[in-house]
Design a binder for this molecule. Structure first.
Ligand code: PLP
Length: 367
């Protein structure tokens, strides 16, 4: 079955007369569970929940692996760091990956004795740092700079040196890129973004092929308590059915908008992996099914970027990305990324592309 069919049916229970296609959300802190704890499929809400079971079945079908849902993307990142890294281990990670993942590595994990080495996503820097490492962390395309790296080739190099590889697959989603198929040991994502796409929840997941690794992640989730809310998980499963349609439209829109931005002399530093002249294009074409919904570009200086955002009428000034509504922000307002003050991260939504282009045009004119 094609992936666009699978994504619609993923995780549905087998047909049963009079039952809904997809069961409703189960809110439960505790369950009837007499006798031995193993005698009941569900006992206590921090261990398991039928709504998680269905959603995780869906994610597992799509990832081709065992998927575990977490309370947030950062809970998923922390679960991989926490189950693999110990004092004196070396973590290699991109210097341009999601800022909070770097904060966690440089903060808590460095404090407990993990050595953190960093190099940019683009180029050969990550490969050069692998000697003696325990875990290679990748994020491709990287947020917000949109550089990409060759997952299969880095996995090959890392595995030769007994280094585990985890890929933060948030920006493309499992539909856009399959890190496990490319050899990675962990595929993680913030499902807050494109996967769920409606800007109304926080969620994450980790997918692994190895059942021992899955057990460790499950124990981590139970003991740390980084459990997802059943309502969020149910909403996420509901949103999954439209993922392909949303992503397809968002990526088509993103290409149209990137092509428009190319024509503007007041825009520099334009990045979109789908543009044939983008430095990420060749690798992205090889390893991604979609080029993603994020574009980045630079306006002359901070005041220009602020004026641009204030002048947008359709595009919403907001952080995060991947939703059906087009949003944009001056990313440097957060700090932590090596980007110019006028750097704009544009998350392209599902609106008519002409309306988005018109809004950008009038906001640039107002600048
Ligand atoms: N990974 C990437 C690439 C992200 O962009 C984010 C959030 O922006 C995260 C992980 C963390 O996800 P969450 O906000 O769901 O914890």
């Amino acid at each position: 079955m094609k992936i666009r069919t699978r994504v619609i049916h993923a995780g549905l229970a087998p047909p049963a007369q009079g039952e809904p296609f997809s069961a409703g959300v189960t809110f439960a802190g505790t369950y009837h569970a007499s006798g031995e704890t193993s005698a009941s499929p569900y006992t206590y809400g921090r261990y398991h929940n039928p709504t998680w079971t269905q959603f995780e079945r869906a994610l597992s079908e799509l990832e081709g692996s065992i998927a575990i849902s977490f309370a947030s993307g950062m809970a998923a990142v922390a679960a991989v760091f926490g189950t693999t890294l110990r004092a004196d281990d070396v973590l290699v990670m991109p210097s341009d990956c999601y800022y909070t993942a770097r904060l966690l590595a440089d903060g808590l994990f460095a404090e407990i004795g993990v050595q953190v080495r960093k190099a940019p996503t683009a180029g050969d820097g990550l490969n050069q740092l692998l000697d003696g490492a325990k875990l290679l962390w990748l994020e491709t395309p990287a947020n917000p700079g949109l550089d990409v790296c060759d997952i299969a080739s880095l996995v090959h190099a890392a595995h030769k040196k007994d280094v585990l590889v985890a890929v933060d697959n948030t920006t493309p989603t499992v539909l856009g890129q399959s890190p496990l198929e490319l050899g990675a040991d962990f595929s993680i994502a913030s499902d807050t973004k494109v996967l769920t796409g409606h800007s109304d929840l926080i969620l994450g997941h980790v997918a692994v092929r190895d059942s021992a690794r899955a057990e460790k992640l499950l124990s981590w989730r139970t003991q740390i308590g980084a459990v997802p809310g059943p309502m969020e998980v149910w909403l996420a499963h509901r949103s999954l059915a439209t993922l392909e349609m949303r992503l397809e439209r968002q990526c088509r829109n993103a290409l149209t908008i990137a092509e428009y931005l190319m024509t503007r002399s007041d825009v520099t530093g334009l990045r979109y992996p789908g543009l044939p002249n983008d430095s990420s294009h060749e690798i992205a074409t090889r390893q991604m099914r979609y080029y993603g919904s994020i574009i980045s570009f630079v306006l002359a200086h901070r005041a220009c970027a602020e004026q641009f955002l204030q002048s947008c009428k359709l595009i919403i000034e907001a952080t995060s990305f991947g939703g059906v509504h087009t949003t944009a922000e001056r990313r440097a307002r957060w700090g932590g990324d090596e980007i110019p003050e006028g750097f704009i991260r544009l998350s392209v939504g599902c609106e008519d592309s002409q309306d988005i282009v018109d809004d950008i045009a009038q906001a640039l004119a107002a600048m």
